[in-house]
Design a protein around this ligand. Structure first.
Ligand SMILES: Nc1ncnc2c1ncn2[C@@H]1O[C@H](COP(=O)(O)OP(=O)(O)OP(=O)(O)O)[C@@H](O)[C@H]1O
Length: 249
Protein backbone atom coordinates (compact mmCIF):
# COMPACT_ATOMS: atom_id res chain seq x y z
CA UNK A 1 0.00 0.00 0.00
CA UNK A 2 1.28 3.47 -0.90
CA UNK A 3 0.60 4.85 2.61
CA UNK A 4 -1.40 3.94 5.69
CA UNK A 5 -5.07 4.87 5.78
CA UNK A 6 -6.19 7.60 8.18
CA UNK A 7 -9.58 8.18 9.73
CA UNK A 8 -11.95 10.02 7.40
CA UNK A 9 -14.06 12.31 9.55
CA UNK A 10 -17.20 14.07 8.39
CA UNK A 11 -18.20 17.05 10.51
CA UNK A 12 -21.68 18.41 9.80
CA UNK A 13 -21.24 17.84 6.06
CA UNK A 14 -23.75 19.36 3.65
CA UNK A 15 -23.47 19.05 -0.12
CA UNK A 16 -25.87 20.97 -2.35
CA UNK A 17 -26.65 21.34 -6.02
CA UNK A 18 -27.75 24.86 -6.90
CA UNK A 19 -28.12 25.57 -3.18
CA UNK A 20 -30.56 22.68 -2.81
CA UNK A 21 -28.98 20.26 -0.31
CA UNK A 22 -28.68 16.69 -1.63
CA UNK A 23 -27.36 15.46 1.70
CA UNK A 24 -26.96 17.46 4.86
CA UNK A 25 -25.49 17.63 8.37
CA UNK A 26 -23.71 14.27 8.20
CA UNK A 27 -21.19 13.66 10.96
CA UNK A 28 -19.15 10.58 11.78
CA UNK A 29 -15.91 8.74 11.14
CA UNK A 30 -14.76 5.97 8.82
CA UNK A 31 -12.06 4.30 10.91
CA UNK A 32 -8.79 3.35 9.19
CA UNK A 33 -9.13 -0.15 7.79
CA UNK A 34 -12.91 -0.23 8.26
CA UNK A 35 -15.30 -1.80 5.75
CA UNK A 36 -18.49 0.25 5.49
CA UNK A 37 -21.60 0.04 3.33
CA UNK A 38 -23.56 3.19 2.58
CA UNK A 39 -27.23 2.35 2.04
CA UNK A 40 -30.45 4.30 1.65
CA UNK A 41 -33.40 4.87 -0.68
CA UNK A 42 -32.99 6.13 -4.26
CA UNK A 43 -32.07 9.78 -4.34
CA UNK A 44 -31.06 9.71 -0.65
CA UNK A 45 -27.71 11.37 -1.32
CA UNK A 46 -25.38 8.35 -1.25
CA UNK A 47 -23.55 9.12 -4.49
CA UNK A 48 -23.33 12.77 -3.55
CA UNK A 49 -21.80 11.86 -0.21
CA UNK A 50 -19.16 9.54 -1.68
CA UNK A 51 -18.31 12.14 -4.31
CA UNK A 52 -17.69 14.60 -1.47
CA UNK A 53 -15.49 12.05 0.31
CA UNK A 54 -13.40 11.52 -2.82
CA UNK A 55 -13.18 15.25 -3.50
CA UNK A 56 -15.33 15.04 -6.65
CA UNK A 57 -18.12 17.16 -5.10
CA UNK A 58 -17.71 20.38 -3.17
CA UNK A 59 -18.70 20.44 0.49
CA UNK A 60 -20.96 23.45 1.01
CA UNK A 61 -21.05 23.37 4.76
CA UNK A 62 -19.10 21.47 7.38
CA UNK A 63 -15.83 19.68 6.73
CA UNK A 64 -14.30 16.39 5.62
CA UNK A 65 -10.99 15.60 7.32
CA UNK A 66 -9.10 12.91 5.43
CA UNK A 67 -6.35 12.83 8.04
CA UNK A 68 -3.64 14.07 5.70
CA UNK A 69 -4.64 11.89 2.76
CA UNK A 70 -5.13 13.70 -0.55
CA UNK A 71 -8.16 12.97 -2.75
CA UNK A 72 -5.65 11.20 -5.05
CA UNK A 73 -5.02 8.67 -2.26
CA UNK A 74 -8.62 7.54 -2.65
CA UNK A 75 -9.45 5.07 -5.44
CA UNK A 76 -12.95 5.77 -6.69
CA UNK A 77 -15.19 3.55 -8.76
CA UNK A 78 -18.20 5.57 -9.96
CA UNK A 79 -21.53 4.06 -10.93
CA UNK A 80 -21.34 2.01 -14.16
CA UNK A 81 -23.83 4.27 -15.91
CA UNK A 82 -21.39 7.17 -16.00
CA UNK A 83 -18.64 5.19 -17.74
CA UNK A 84 -18.27 5.17 -21.51
CA UNK A 85 -17.22 1.80 -22.91
CA UNK A 86 -17.17 2.81 -26.56
CA UNK A 87 -13.69 4.30 -26.20
CA UNK A 88 -11.31 2.41 -28.53
CA UNK A 89 -8.76 1.10 -26.02
CA UNK A 90 -7.79 -2.36 -24.80
CA UNK A 91 -8.49 -3.98 -21.44
CA UNK A 92 -4.79 -3.77 -20.61
CA UNK A 93 -4.80 -0.02 -21.31
CA UNK A 94 -7.67 0.46 -18.86
CA UNK A 95 -5.86 -1.47 -16.14
CA UNK A 96 -2.57 0.33 -16.81
CA UNK A 97 -4.32 3.62 -16.05
CA UNK A 98 -4.16 2.43 -12.46
CA UNK A 99 -0.44 3.20 -12.56
CA UNK A 100 -0.72 6.83 -13.55
CA UNK A 101 -0.85 8.21 -10.01
CA UNK A 102 2.48 6.59 -9.30
CA UNK A 103 4.28 7.02 -12.60
CA UNK A 104 2.49 9.91 -14.32
CA UNK A 105 0.81 9.76 -17.67
CA UNK A 106 3.88 9.99 -19.85
CA UNK A 107 6.48 7.69 -18.28
CA UNK A 108 7.14 4.52 -20.21
CA UNK A 109 5.47 1.46 -18.80
CA UNK A 110 8.34 -0.97 -18.16
CA UNK A 111 8.19 -4.75 -17.74
CA UNK A 112 7.55 -4.57 -13.97
CA UNK A 113 4.51 -2.33 -14.32
CA UNK A 114 3.28 -4.44 -17.21
CA UNK A 115 3.62 -7.61 -15.16
CA UNK A 116 1.72 -6.00 -12.28
CA UNK A 117 -1.11 -5.11 -14.68
CA UNK A 118 -1.23 -8.65 -16.02
CA UNK A 119 -1.28 -10.02 -12.46
CA UNK A 120 -4.17 -7.68 -11.63
CA UNK A 121 -6.08 -9.01 -14.65
CA UNK A 122 -5.42 -12.56 -13.44
CA UNK A 123 -6.56 -11.64 -9.92
CA UNK A 124 -9.98 -10.57 -11.19
CA UNK A 125 -10.37 -13.60 -13.46
CA UNK A 126 -9.48 -11.82 -16.72
CA UNK A 127 -6.16 -13.47 -17.53
CA UNK A 128 -5.65 -13.32 -21.30
CA UNK A 129 -8.05 -10.40 -21.78
CA UNK A 130 -5.29 -7.79 -22.11
CA UNK A 131 -5.55 -7.23 -25.87
CA UNK A 132 -9.37 -7.27 -26.03
CA UNK A 133 -10.97 -3.92 -26.93
CA UNK A 134 -13.15 -2.81 -24.01
CA UNK A 135 -16.14 -2.47 -26.33
CA UNK A 136 -16.17 -6.29 -26.65
CA UNK A 137 -16.35 -7.21 -22.96
CA UNK A 138 -19.54 -7.75 -20.96
CA UNK A 139 -20.71 -5.44 -18.20
CA UNK A 140 -19.52 -7.90 -15.57
CA UNK A 141 -16.12 -8.30 -17.24
CA UNK A 142 -15.79 -4.54 -17.46
CA UNK A 143 -16.49 -4.26 -13.75
CA UNK A 144 -13.76 -6.85 -13.12
CA UNK A 145 -11.46 -4.69 -15.24
CA UNK A 146 -12.17 -1.63 -13.12
CA UNK A 147 -11.43 -3.61 -9.97
CA UNK A 148 -8.11 -4.65 -11.55
CA UNK A 149 -7.32 -1.00 -12.14
CA UNK A 150 -8.02 -0.22 -8.48
CA UNK A 151 -5.71 -3.08 -7.50
CA UNK A 152 -2.91 -1.27 -9.34
CA UNK A 153 -3.78 2.10 -7.84
CA UNK A 154 -2.80 0.61 -4.50
CA UNK A 155 -4.62 3.33 -2.53
CA UNK A 156 -5.17 3.22 1.24
CA UNK A 157 -8.84 4.11 0.71
CA UNK A 158 -11.20 2.54 -1.83
CA UNK A 159 -14.66 3.98 -2.55
CA UNK A 160 -17.09 1.98 -4.71
CA UNK A 161 -20.46 3.31 -5.91
CA UNK A 162 -22.93 0.48 -6.53
CA UNK A 163 -20.21 -1.92 -7.70
CA UNK A 164 -22.50 -4.96 -8.00
CA UNK A 165 -25.51 -3.45 -9.77
CA UNK A 166 -26.41 -5.48 -12.88
CA UNK A 167 -23.62 -7.94 -12.11
CA UNK A 168 -24.28 -11.70 -11.89
CA UNK A 169 -23.85 -13.77 -8.73
CA UNK A 170 -20.50 -15.33 -9.72
CA UNK A 171 -18.93 -11.99 -10.64
CA UNK A 172 -20.32 -10.42 -7.46
CA UNK A 173 -18.86 -13.23 -5.37
CA UNK A 174 -15.46 -12.90 -7.07
CA UNK A 175 -15.38 -9.12 -6.67
CA UNK A 176 -16.48 -9.43 -3.03
CA UNK A 177 -13.36 -11.56 -2.67
CA UNK A 178 -11.30 -8.60 -3.93
CA UNK A 179 -13.08 -6.29 -1.47
CA UNK A 180 -12.30 -8.73 1.31
CA UNK A 181 -8.65 -8.78 0.19
CA UNK A 182 -8.49 -4.97 0.39
CA UNK A 183 -10.06 -5.07 3.85
CA UNK A 184 -7.58 -7.77 4.93
CA UNK A 185 -4.71 -5.56 3.75
CA UNK A 186 -5.89 -2.81 6.12
CA UNK A 187 -7.35 -0.46 3.51
CA UNK A 188 -10.45 1.56 4.31
CA UNK A 189 -13.26 0.43 2.02
CA UNK A 190 -16.55 2.29 1.53
CA UNK A 191 -19.24 0.97 -0.84
CA UNK A 192 -22.65 2.29 -1.81
CA UNK A 193 -24.95 -0.73 -1.95
CA UNK A 194 -28.64 -1.57 -2.25
CA UNK A 195 -28.68 -5.28 -1.34
CA UNK A 196 -29.12 -5.41 2.44
CA UNK A 197 -28.56 -9.17 2.59
CA UNK A 198 -25.20 -8.72 0.89
CA UNK A 199 -24.37 -5.89 3.30
CA UNK A 200 -25.28 -8.02 6.32
CA UNK A 201 -23.12 -10.87 5.05
CA UNK A 202 -20.01 -8.92 4.06
CA UNK A 203 -19.91 -5.41 5.57
CA UNK A 204 -19.33 -5.03 9.32
CA UNK A 205 -20.29 -1.33 9.35
CA UNK A 206 -23.12 0.57 7.70
CA UNK A 207 -24.11 4.19 7.20
CA UNK A 208 -27.83 4.54 6.45
CA UNK A 209 -28.54 7.79 4.63
CA UNK A 210 -31.83 9.49 3.74
CA UNK A 211 -30.63 13.02 2.97
CA UNK A 212 -29.14 12.93 6.46
CA UNK A 213 -27.49 10.15 8.43
CA UNK A 214 -30.25 8.00 9.91
CA UNK A 215 -27.81 5.63 11.60
CA UNK A 216 -24.08 4.86 11.41
CA UNK A 217 -22.43 1.97 13.23
CA UNK A 218 -22.29 -1.80 13.26
CA UNK A 219 -24.42 -3.31 10.50
CA UNK A 220 -26.79 -5.31 12.75
CA UNK A 221 -27.51 -2.17 14.78
CA UNK A 222 -28.07 0.00 11.71
CA UNK A 223 -30.08 -2.31 9.45
CA UNK A 224 -33.14 -2.58 11.67
CA UNK A 225 -36.78 -2.40 10.57
CA UNK A 226 -37.32 0.84 12.48
CA UNK A 227 -34.30 2.54 10.89
CA UNK A 228 -35.43 1.37 7.43
CA UNK A 229 -38.89 2.81 8.07
CA UNK A 230 -37.41 6.11 9.24
CA UNK A 231 -35.21 6.29 6.14
CA UNK A 232 -38.17 5.66 3.87
CA UNK A 233 -40.28 8.28 5.62
CA UNK A 234 -37.45 10.82 5.46
CA UNK A 235 -36.94 10.18 1.75
CA UNK A 236 -40.67 10.41 0.97
CA UNK A 237 -41.09 13.59 3.01
CA UNK A 238 -38.26 15.33 1.18
CA UNK A 239 -39.61 18.05 -1.06
CA UNK A 240 -37.43 18.41 -4.13
CA UNK A 241 -38.51 22.04 -4.27
CA UNK A 242 -37.58 22.71 -0.65
CA UNK A 243 -35.65 25.84 -0.03
CA UNK A 244 -32.06 25.88 1.15
CA UNK A 245 -31.69 23.76 4.29
CA UNK A 246 -33.24 25.66 7.14
CA UNK A 247 -31.63 23.76 9.97
CA UNK A 248 -28.95 25.68 11.82
CA UNK A 249 -25.48 24.41 10.96
N1 LIG B 1 -25.45 16.89 -10.67
C1 LIG B 1 -26.59 17.09 -10.01
N2 LIG B 1 -27.27 18.25 -10.15
C2 LIG B 1 -28.42 18.49 -9.48
N3 LIG B 1 -28.97 17.61 -8.63
C3 LIG B 1 -28.35 16.43 -8.44
C4 LIG B 1 -27.13 16.11 -9.12
N4 LIG B 1 -26.73 14.89 -8.72
C5 LIG B 1 -27.66 14.46 -7.85
N5 LIG B 1 -28.61 15.38 -7.68
C6 LIG B 1 -29.77 15.27 -6.79
O1 LIG B 1 -29.28 15.05 -5.47
C7 LIG B 1 -30.12 14.12 -4.80
C8 LIG B 1 -29.27 12.94 -4.31
O2 LIG B 1 -28.81 12.23 -5.43
P1 LIG B 1 -27.74 11.07 -5.30
O3 LIG B 1 -27.42 10.60 -6.68
O4 LIG B 1 -26.65 11.49 -4.43
O5 LIG B 1 -28.62 9.95 -4.53
P2 LIG B 1 -28.37 8.39 -4.38
O6 LIG B 1 -28.76 8.05 -2.97
O7 LIG B 1 -27.01 8.01 -4.80
O8 LIG B 1 -29.45 7.79 -5.37
P3 LIG B 1 -29.55 6.36 -6.15
O9 LIG B 1 -29.64 5.28 -5.12
O10 LIG B 1 -30.83 6.52 -6.92
O11 LIG B 1 -28.33 6.26 -7.03
C9 LIG B 1 -31.23 13.72 -5.77
O12 LIG B 1 -32.36 14.52 -5.50
C10 LIG B 1 -30.65 14.06 -7.12
O13 LIG B 1 -31.65 14.42 -8.03
Amino acid sequence: MRCAPSPITLANVTVAYDRQPAVHHVSGTFRPGSLTAIVGPNGAGKTTLVKAITGAARVDEGRIDRGGLAPSDIAYLPQQAVLDRSFPISCLDVVLMGHWRRVGLFRRIGPTLLREAEEALEAVGLGGFGDRPIATVSAGQFQRLLFARILLEDCPVVVLDEPFTAIDAKTTADLLGVVSRWHGEGRTVIAVLHDHDLVRAHFPNTLLVAREAIAWGSTPEVLTASNALRARQMAEAWAESAAVCARAA
